[in-house]
Design a protein around this ligand. Structure first.
Ligand SMILES: Nc1ncnc2c1ncn2[C@@H]1O[C@H](COP(=O)(O)OP(=O)(O)O)[C@@H](O)[C@H]1O
Ligand SMILES: [Mg+2]
Length: 372
């Protein structure tokens, strides 16, 4: 199996940590693991260079150009020079685990590449990944399914640059202050600003619009942060909920990844009916966004009034053995190695389901001979 990690997104370093945990926990008796790293510049490294790339800042090797073979057939091939030390060819893979966060890895891009290769892979497909990545599209679909989300406004980079005053007025009028400004397609709180006074809004929009063409502005809520892990395909299961207690004003990058930056409370201390509501809403969100394999669904539980909002769903949540996702499953009776094995089984199951459709379409095309 292939484990792909790194990537061009602002979450490269987070991916390296997740991948180190995954590579360390895959049972070598059951899996023949082929590590593949993507450098911050987007070069793919073959296995022998990939492991070196796990160390942040290390000099990576030459890299290799990759392509989906035109005939599909369960392979990802290296074209051009795969260094002789790497065996000259890429080993064939039977399943791939993209341990990538952010654009290029979590947004349907690599999922599309793997589809074209006819390779099973862990996690959501193209649609679920794309909806999981874009905070605006995601909220719009969740709302259509009756799931409560925070009020928000989409701002496009070119709108902001063309007419900043109109955008500023629109955001303040629709949302008021404080509000959150975030790139629509990033994670790990990269580029996220809490704006408390109108004078700070332009800098927040500048930052987010530098990182992404699409920016989401959201009304700030005063809420506890509750997370729930989901596992499965057509009939997913929800873990016990956990709670994040950020040591900072909000759950920013530092709070997420520095030692002592925040506290995870597992299971979250919630009344039974709130726990049940969190789990039910997590499953509804997973299905509404057409996810597969896994997701972590994050909620806001408002301190006043107790309203539960879906903040976001992540299709490739932070995946170290001490990340919320793994901890929630551990608390729900599934240790990390078993979780990995289950995700791979789910990947194979989803791939078989997709094949059914392909085969039926081929049969239909063979019968008919219409013109498309
Ligand atoms: N509307 C909001 N109200 C209150 N806090 C928010 C809001 N949006 C984001 N936050 C804070 O910022 C953090 C990161 O935002 P989030 O939308 O989850 O982006 P990311 O994908 O980077 O995790 C959240 O965990 C929360 O602490
Ligand atoms: Mg988040």
């Amino acid at each position: 199996m292939g484990v792909v990690f790194g990537g061009r997104s602002g979450e490269h370093a987070v991916s390296l940590r997740s991948a180190a945990s995954v590579l360390g926990a895959l049972d070598p008796e059951r899996f023949d693991v082929v590590p593949l790293a993507i450098t911050p510049e987007g070069r793919w490294l073959p296995p022998h260079d990939a492991l070196r790339a796990l160390r942040p800042g290390s000099e990576a090797g030459a890299g290799v150009a990759l392509a989906a073979p035109p005939a599909g057939g369960g392979a990802l091939v290296g074209i051009g020079a795969v260094p002789a030390a790497a065996g000259g060819v890429l080993p064939s893979l039977d399943v791939v685990f993209p341990v990538l966060h952010g654009p290029g890895g979590e947004d349907g891009s690599i999922q599309g590449l793997l589809e074209m290769c006819d390779l099973p892979y862990v996690g959501a497909g193209v649609l679920g990944s794309a909806l999981g990545m874009d905070k605006v599209a995601q909220k719009d679909v969740l709302a259509r399914h009756g799931l409560p989300v925070a009020e928000h406004v989409l701002v496009l980079r070119h709108e902001w640059r063309r007419d900043p005053e109109a955008v500023r007025r629109h955001v303040l009028h629709e949302l008021g202050l404080p509000c959150f400004v975030k790139p629509a397609n990033l994670g790990s709180s990269v580029g996220v600003t809490k704006v408390k006074c109108a004078a700070d809004l332009p800098a927040a929009l500048d930052l987010a619009a530098r990182l992404d063409r699409r920016v989401i502005c959201e009304r700030a809520v005063d809420a506890r942060e509750i997370e729930c892990a989901v596992l499965g395909n057509e009939e997913p299961e929800a873990s016990l909920p956990g709670e994040i207690e950020p040591g900072h004003e909000f759950y920013d990058y530092e709070a997420k990844y520095s030692a002592g930056g925040s506290r995870l409370v597992i299971p979250a201390d919630l009344p039974a009916e709130v726990t049940a509501e969190v789990r039910a809403m997590a499953l509804r969100s997973f299905l509404a966004l057409d996810c597969a394999g896994m997701a972590r669904v994050d909620f806001f539980l408002e301190r006043v009034g107790g309203r539960l909002l879906v903040n976001e769903l992540n299709t490739i949540p932070g995946f170290t053995a001490t990340s919320m996702f793994a901890k929630l499953w551990e608390a729900s009776g599934m240790p990390y190695p078993a979780l990995l094995a289950r995700l791979i089984d789910l990947a194979l199951e989803r791939h078989r389901e997709r094949r059914v459709g392909w085969e039926a379409q081929r049969a239909l095309a063979g019968d008919g001979g219409g013109d498309g």
